[in-house]
Design a protein. Structure first.
Lengths: 306, 283
C-alpha cells in the first residue's frame, strides 16, 4: 500500500509531460486552422511558420494554446480528448454497434483467450514430455529457447493472410498466433518449474516408495505452480499483443488493431488513440486477473507469493 | 504416398539416432548437446521438403526449404539492403537510444527511493502493454524512413530495460553500501564501483528481452509505411506478389539476426558479469 503515492506521482508526471507535449505537437495545425477561421497568427504565412518550432509558435501565439487541447484532428490528442472518445465508444454506443469499443474488444479478446488456452495446454504437455524424456529435452528444448529470440510476432499478419487464402478465417488464424506466442513462455517456465524440486525432496518421495505418477502429482506439479503463473502472465500479454499485431495491417474489419489502423488511415486520430488505450487497459486487466489468481492460489497452497 | 512413407522413415531414423545419443554414454559431451538439436532440426526441414514436394503443395501456401535457400542465395544483395535498413538503421539505432534513455532515467530515479517505488510498478505495467500499436502513429509523426522505426523501437525497449535497471540498482546489501561509506566514497564512486556493477546482471536481462522487441518493432513499423527497402516492406510486398519463398527468406534472415543479436548480448554479458554465480563455470 505504501507505493500508492509514488505510483500516482509517476503517473502524474507522465500526464504532465503529455499535457505539455500537446501544445508544440499540435501548434502548427492549430495555427493553420486559426488563420482560416480569421484569428490573428503571428508569422502570417504558413511557409514562415514551418521554420518556427512548435514551442516558438506557441510562445508567439499564446492566445491559441487553449485551442491545441481541443483540436479535432490533432497529431497528439490531449488526455481528456482520448478519455472522452473512450467513454463515448465504450459506454454510449450499443455493444453490437460497429463503433463500440466493447464490440471491437471482444473481437480481439475472443481469439486471444482461445489461443492462450490452447497454447498453455500444449505448452504444459510439452514441458511434461521434456522433463520426463531425455531425448525430447535434448532435441526440442534448445529450439524452444532459440524460438524466443525470433521476431515471429512480426510475421503474424502474413500467417493470417496465408490461412485466409486457404479459406480459413474468423477466430482460428488469430488464435493460432496467440497460441504460438503463449506456448514457448509456458514451456520454458514449466520445464523450470517441474524441475524445481531438489534432490532431497525427490529422494524423500523415493523413500516413501512413491510411484512416478505420484511423484508428479504430489511433488513436481505443485512445485511448478509459481513458475506456471509467472509464465501465464507473460503468455497472456504476448497473446494479446500477437492478436492485435495480427489485426493491424491485414485489412481486418474489427478488433483493436483494426481500429488503430482505421483511425490512422481516415484521419481520425482519436479513434486510434482510444483503441490503443483500450488495448492497454485490456492487457492490464488480463495480467491483473492472473496476478490475483496467482495470489489466491499460492496462498491456498501455502506458498509465498513470488 | 511414397513421399509420406519416406518422411516417416526419416523421422524414425532421426529420432532413433537422437534416442541413442541422448541415452548413450556420450550424452553429456558438448558436441553431442549441439548435435542432437541439429539432427532434430534437420529432420524437420527434410520432412518439410519431402512433404511439400511429394504432395505438390502450392508454393503460395508453403514453399519448399530448397526454394527458400535458392532465394537466399540469389537475392543476396537485396536481402542485405533490407537487413541494413531494418536491423542496422531501424532496430539498432532505436535499441541504443531506448537503452541509453532507460539507463539514464534509472540512474536519475535511483537517487530517490520514492521515485523508484513509483517507477517499478508503472514500468513493469507499461512493459506488458501492446506498445507496438503506436507504430502507425509514429510513422505519421516521424515520416516513413528509418527514424520512425527507431522511435518505435526506442519506446518498446525502454520499459523492460528501465524496470530491470532500476531493480538492479537496488540490488546491493546494506553491508556493501556501508563498506563503501567507510571508505569515504561519495555518490559517484559508489554508483560506478558498486551499484552499476551490481546492476549489470539485471541490466543484461532487460537488454536480452529487448533484442527481440527491437526486431519486432522495426519490422512491424515498416508495415505502415517505409521506403522501398526494408524487411517489413519486403515481407508485405513479396506477399502481395505471392512470392512466399522471398517472405520465408526474410523470415530466415530475421530469425538469424534475432538469434545473433541475442547471442551477442549473451556473450557481452558473460564478459561483463563473469563474477555472477549464474556465469561461473561449473566444474
Amino acid at each position: 500500500m505504501k507505493s500508492v503515492l509514488p505510483v500516482l506521482t509517476v503517473i502524474g508526471a507522465i500526464l504532465m509531460f503529455w499535457l505539455a507535449a500537446v501544445v508544440p505537437m499540435n501548434m502548427h495545425l492549430v495555427a493553420d486552422q486559426a488563420q482560416r477561421d480569421g484569428l490573428s497568427v503571428t508569422p502570417v504565412t504558413p511557409i514562415e511558420r514551418q521554420d518556427v518550432s512548435g514551442v516558438g509558435l506557441a510562445l508567439r501565439n499564446a492566445h491559441l494554446i487553449p485551442l491545441t487541447y481541443n483540436f479535432v484532428r490533432p497529431r497528439l490528442p490531449a488526455p481528456q480528448q482520448v478519455a472522452g472518445e473512450m467513454y463515448a465508444t465504450v459506454f454510449e454506443k450499443k455493444i453490437t454497434s460497429k463503433r463500440s469499443l466493447v464490440y471491437h474488444g471482444w473481437v480481439t479478446l475472443a481469439p486471444t483467450l482461445l489461443g492462450f488456452f490452447i497454447g498453455t495446454g500444449l505448452g504444459i504437455l510439452l514441458a511434461v514430455g521434456i522433463v520426463y524424456s531425455r531425448v525430447m529435452d535434448a532435441s526440442v528444448m534448445p529450439w524452444a529457447i532459440v524460438s524466443q529470440t525470433i521476431p515471429i510476432l512480426a510475421l503474424a499478419p502474413m500467417v493470417i493472410v496465408v490461412l485466409g487464402s486457404m479459406g480459413i478465417q474468423g477466430l482460428f488464424p488469430k488464435s493460432l498466433i496467440a497460441a504460438y506466442l503463449s506456448f514457448f513462455p509456458v514451456v520454458v517456465g514449466m520445464v523450470k518449474g517441474l524441475r524445481s524440486p531438489d534432490a532431497m525432496q525427490l529422494d524423500l518421495l523415493r523413500t516413501y516408495h512413491a510411484s512416478g505418477a505420484q511423484g508428479f502429482w504430489a511433488l513436481r506439479l505443485p512445485a511448478s505452480v509459481p513458475y506456471l503463473f509467472a509464465s501465464l502472465k507473460i503468455g497472456i500479454s504476448a497473446s494479446l499483443i500477437g492478436t492485435i499485431v495480427a489485426e493491424l495491417p491485414t485489412g481486418a474489419k474489427a478488433g483493436f488493431g483494426a481500429r488503430m489502423l482505421v483511425g490512422d488511415q481516415y484521419g481520425q486520430p482519436l479513434v486510434s488513440w482510444a483503441a490503443l488505450f483500450a488495448a492497454a487497459l485490456t492487457a492490464a486487466a488480463l495480467v491483473g486477473l492472473f496476478s490475483m489468481m496467482e495470489r489466491v492460489t499460492l496462498r491456498r497452497m501455502g506458498m509465498r507469493t513470488a | 504416398m511414397i513421399w509420406a512413407i519416406a518422411a516417416l522413415m526419416i523421422w524414425a531414423i532421426g529420432w532413433w539416432i537422437n534416442v541413442r545419443l541422448a541415452n548413450g554414454p556420450v550424452s553429456d559431451h558438448a558436441a553431442v548437446k549441439v548435435l542432437i538439436p541439429s539432427i532434430f532440426g534437420l529432420t524437420v526441414v527434410v520432412i518439410w521438403e519431402l512433404l511439400v514436394v511429394g504432395f505438390d503443395v502450392n508454393p503460395v501456401i508453403l514453399p519448399a526449404p530448397s526454394a527458400i535457400v535458392e532465394r537466399l542465395l540469389s537475392e543476396g544483395p537485396r536481402l542485405w539492403a533490407d537487413f541494413q535498413q531494418t536491423i542496422i538503421k531501424g532496430a539498432m539505432t532505436g535499441y541504443v537510444i531506448g537503452g541509453l534513455a532507460a539507463l539514464g532515467v534509472a540512474i536519475l530515479a535511483d537517487r530517490s527511493d520514492f521515485l523508484t517505488r513509483g517507477i517499478l510498478p508503472v514500468g513493469s505495467f507499461m512493459a506488458a502493454l501492446p506498445i507496438v500499436g503506436i507504430a502507425p502513429i509514429f510513422v505519421k509523426w516521424f515520416g516513413s524512413d528509418w527514424e520512425s522505426k527507431a522511435a518505435v523501437v526506442a519506446v518498446m525497449v525502454f520499459f523492460p530495460i528501465l524496470v530491470n535497471t532500476v531493480a538492479g540498482l537496488r540490488d546491493t546489501s546494506v553491508m556493501q553500501r556501508d563498506l563503501m561509506r567507510t571508505y569515504g566514497a561519495g555518490y559517484w564512486p559508489t554508483l560506478f564501483k558498486l551499484r552499476l556493477p551490481a546492476a549489470m546482471p539485471f541490466l543484461f536481462n532487460g537488454l536480452k528481452i529487448a533484442t527481440t522487441l527491437a526486431l519486432i518493432g522495426a519490422i512491424v513499423a515498416e508495415f505502415f509505411g517505409s521506403p522501398t527497402v526494408g524487411m517489413g516492406f519486403r515481407i508485405s510486398t513479396s506477399f502481395g506478389q505471392l512470392a512466399l519463398d522471398m517472405v520465408w527468406a526474410e523470415i530466415v534472415i530475421a530469425a538469424l539476426a534475432g538469434s545473433a543479436f541475442y547471442g551477442g548480448m549473451t556473450l557481452i554479458e558473460k564478459r561483463v558479469t563473469f563474477w555472477h554465480p549464474s556465469q561461473r563455470q561449473r566444474r
